[in-house]
Design a protein around this ligand. Structure first.
Ligand code: CA
Ligand code: CA
Ligand code: CA
Ligand code: CA
Length: 699
């Protein structure tokens, strides 16, 4: 009697397997975790990489920054006659040079199906110790050495991990947890850990506890007065768990530099820095001279300290540096006078401290005030205000929007002075907290026209003989309204690019079309996308502006939204032939008068046996949001007359472009016809046509 039921169940399973592997043919892997999540400076170690979708054929490990390399050690061969396995776990050997900067790196895996989404690896100073099974109760606490870099996972609901260690009397250790912060760049991890760390006596009494110091991650420094055994406990504060919630705890007696004072460092000049943190040398001063080629902005610099090195957060700047003077600057009247531009280095040294810096300004002058604090290790949650001696509020900001991220640091981007007079920048902690480590850096400048560029996405895949679009979005600032010409550097052999432009005015997206020759070799490289624009500063004077694009990775949001998170590198890969082998158009030029329409025939060559849906579009969109649209203003696809969905074995479609009656004239604006195949609810594989140029004539 059981037999028919079993047969039905088996059939159902088989169907599910077939459809998921059909998808796995085309999707790049999405990395979920690295286990252990940390590697030690100066060593080589083996790690498991876990993914959604197949990593079979993985041929390259890409790690950001200097000094860390990776190599796939799982064999990627198939015996003749055997089927290719689907690998969602592979082994990677990371090698870290002794000079590598401790901290966090982005990791991507290149496969024939494209480059993966990002996972992050911690580079730490002390030896790696991995969580063992069965450490879930106090009496089964896992014995670990200290110092160590403890790597574990909050792998299930109600998971509590116990570790036991022994110290001598008077030992001071810092315990630095990284977990939640490592999950921001995981594409498909919709809930994140919120770790809680507790240090207990051997019998379980609480000595110290930390929940959220660095975002949701705990940090503790503890001095053990008595020799003996102690317990370290790690769990999620909500008792939630997930097999991908990896964590590392850097348990260390090394110097831990949380921040420095002053934070501002001028290139090519010696700056004396006072370290702020734990286990520091008796004289916590260091001298730093950065080479002129150092990039301006917030940076982490390696400084020799004790017997090793420490990662030190600074702000590299060419502006004149101001140091908060001793004495009272707690009112506008007693404020410290500064001139613009400058970089102000100060501290909110006690609870309720409020600092004022005064400046003279004339009606119509522009001023920008940016605070760097939390971004560079300060516990300060700054809030700033432009005020005067009558306590007027002319501008204020608590948490600024920096690119795609809202951060605790404050930013008044552009303030226009309403009348000649004396004004003040006021800074304090949002909750009026303060202390020795509450350092800040205030950049007070004249805002200038500029633009920012972002690429969507960070991992373009092209298959031999096809094209792929890369969309670049501009954010224009402080009066710049112009066109931006795009450029790409660092293309691999066999790949060419036709770089479009972002039109002036309301347009915000441009399109680069990348093309792989039919014999382009498999490979993955990081490319640099940049843009230039011309800005008129006076009737007879223009300035050249330029920017390098930041790469954005797609994040799968709960509910199916497509969000973005900035990542370090923009990668281009040439993969194996995919589900679409060719996409050709009947014409690569559209020439319209306002009010006219023109049809383009699209021909798709499907891979043999590939019969899933294909959607055609020239605008990159998801759930009503537009992520890339290089169409000129007033030009659209006529949805009623166009066929955009190809089902089964269908391979041809007609797409009709229409110019509105009021469409402004434009010459040869580059767009790209795209054929999309859904991978999951958010992600799609995209194949592109050669560049399609749209002209709208004068009426
Ligand atoms: Ca665990
Ligand atoms: Ca927490
Ligand atoms: Ca102060
Ligand atoms: Ca704030």
């Amino acid at each position: 009697m059981l037999r028919p039921v079993l047969a039905v169940a088996a059939f159902g399973l088989l169907l599910a397997h077939v459809s998921s592997s059909a998808h796995a043919q085309t999707s790049y892997p999405m990395l979920m975790s690295i286990k252990p999540v940390a590697a030690q400076v100066g060593t080589a170690s083996e790690h498991e990489i876990h993914s959604r979708y197949d990593m079979f054929g993985a041929y390259k490990v890409m790690v950001t920054g200097e000094g860390v390399t990776g190599e796939v050690t799982t064999p990627m061969t198939v015996k003749p006659g055997e089927k290719k396995p689907v690998l969602t776990k592979i082994m990677v050997k990371f090698t870290v040079t002794p000079e590598a900067l401790p901290g966090v790196r982005d990791v991507k895996i290149a496969t024939p199906n494209g480059v993966s989404t990002v996972a992050q690896l911690v580079i730490a100073g002390d030896p790696i110790v991995s969580e063992a099974a069965m450490n879930d109760t106090l009496d089964k606490a896992q014995v670990i050495p200290v110092p160590a870099t403890l790597c574990g996972c909050i792998e299930k609901a109600e998971d509590v991990d116990f570790f036991k260690f022994k110290v001598e009397a008077g030992t001071a250790l810092s315990f630095h947890v990284r977990s939640q912060r490592l999950q921001n760049r995981i594409h498909d991890l919709q809930t994140h850990s919120d770790p809680l760390m507790t240090i207990r006596t051997a019998t379980g009494s609480t000595l110290a506890q930390s929940d959220n110091v660095y975002a949701g991650d705990p940090f503790l420094n503890h001095k053990f007065e008595q020799a003996g055994e102690y317990i370290l406990e790690v769990r999620d504060v909500r008792y939630q768990g997930n097999i991908y919630w990896e964590y590392s705890v850097e348990i260390s007696n090394r110097p831990f530099v949380a921040s420095v004072f002053p934070m501002g460092v001028t290139r090519g000049q010696e700056t004396k820095l006072r370290m702020i943190g734990y286990q520091l040398p008796a004289d916590p001063m260091a001298s730093l001279t950065l080479p002129m080629e150092t990039k301006p902005g917030p940076q982490t610099i390696k400084l020799p300290m004790g017997s090793g090195t420490a990662a030190v957060p600074v702000v590299v700047s060419d502006h004149p540096q101001v140091i908060e003077a001793d004495g009272d600057n707690n009112t506008v009247e007693k404020g410290q006078l500064v001139t613009i531009p400058c970089g102000i280095n100060g501290r909110i040294e006690t609870d309720s401290d409020v600092d004022y810096y005064t400046f003279e300004a004339k009606k119509g002058e522009l001023v920008a005030v940016e605070v760097i604090a939390r971004r560079q290790g300060s516990p300060l949650d700054p809030t700033v205000r432009i005020t005067n001696d009558k306590n007027g509020t002319f501008a204020e900001n608590d948490d600024g929007r920096f690119g795609r991220l809202t951060l605790p640091d404050s930013w008044i981007e552009t303030w226009t002075c309403p009348a000649d007079g004396k004004y003040a920048v006021e800074i304090r902690d949002l909750h009026l907290r303060g202390g020795d480590g509450f350092v800040y850096y205030i950049k007070v400048t004249r805002p200038e026209p500029y633009f920012l560029l972002e690429t969507d996405t960070d991992k373009t895949l092209i298959t031999p003989g096809t094209c792929a679009p890369l969309f670049v979005r501009v954010t224009r600032k402080n009066g710049f309204t112009g066109e931006v010409q795009l450029k790409v550097d660092g293309l691999p052999p066999g790949v060419t690019a036709t770089c479009g432009r972002i039109l002036a005015g309301k347009s915000i997206d441009g399109c680069i079309v990348l093309e792989a020759a039919p014999d382009a070799p498999q490979g993955a490289v990081n490319i640099t996308v940049s843009g230039t624009g011309t800005h008129k500063v006076a009737e007879d004077k223009t300035v050249e502006l330029s920017a390098v694009a930041n790469a954005l990775q797609e994040i799968y949001m709960p509910g199916g939204g497509r969000a973005h998170y900035p990542v370090e590198d923009c990668t281009l890969s040439v993969g194996a032939p995919g589900d679409i082998r060719k996409l050709t158009l009947s014409s690569y030029e559209i020439n319209l008068k306002p009010g006219e329409s023109q049809a383009i025939d699209v021909t798709i060559e499907r891979a043999p046996e590939y019969t899933q849906n294909i959607t055609l579009d020239v605008v990159y969109q998801h759930l009503g949001s537009i992520f890339g649209n290089s169409l000129p203003e007033g030009v659209t696809i006529d949805g009623k007359q166009s066929k955009t969905l190809l089902t089964g074995k269908e391979s041809t479609a007609k797409i009709v472009f229409t110019a509105a009656k009021e469409a402004p004239p434009v010459e040869k604006q580059q767009i790209c016809m795209m054929a999309h195949i859904s991978l999951n609810f958010v992600m799609k594989a995209t194949y592109g046509s050669k560049p399609l140029l749209v002209t709208v004539q004068k009426p």
